[in-house]
Design a protein around this ligand. Structure first.
Ligand code: AMP
Ligand code: ZN
Length: 112
């Protein structure tokens, strides 16, 4: 499958790895929107949040455990934001499920 993030998981495309285990990979966003901007993804391809099912949802829970761990490592004690863009109108540019973990600055709400 011609998927950018599958290629990052396999190492075919280089990335700055922050965390890896059996099911999850995390790396620095190439165009950071905050002092800390890390993408956390399932290693196994899931296209978007719209494709989460009873069969594959356990990796999402694990991603949030990993996010909390990374947030502590990055000392984001004041707060952080986790975002997933789903589909074109939300601005999803890479069609492999990913969670943006962003911190180190103030955020506004609602986003966009
Ligand atoms: P989204 O627009 O929500 O689909 O997020 C995709 C994110 O992937 C954007 O924030 C991009 O900056 C980021 N991105 C695209 N290509 C790379 C890459 N090769 N390495 C790291 N991050 C990337
Ligand atoms: Zn993929």
């Amino acid at each position: 499958m011609d998927c950018l993030f599958c290629k990052i998981v396999s190492g075919e495309i280089p990335s700055t790895k922050v965390y890896e285990d059996e099911t999850v990979f995390a790396f620095k966003d190439i165009e950071p929107q905050a002092p800390v901007h890390i993408l956390i993804i399932p290693k196994k391809h899931i296209t978007s949040a719209a494709d989460i099912t009873a069969e594959n949802s356990s990796v999402v829970a694990h991603i949030f455990e990993v996010a909390a761990k990374i947030a502590k490592q990055e000392k984001l004690d004041d707060g952080f934001r986790i975002v997933t863009n789903c589909g074109d109108s939300a601005g999803q540019s890479v069609k492999h499920l990913h969670f943006h973990l962003m911190g180190g600055r103030e955020f506004t709400w609602p986003a966009g």
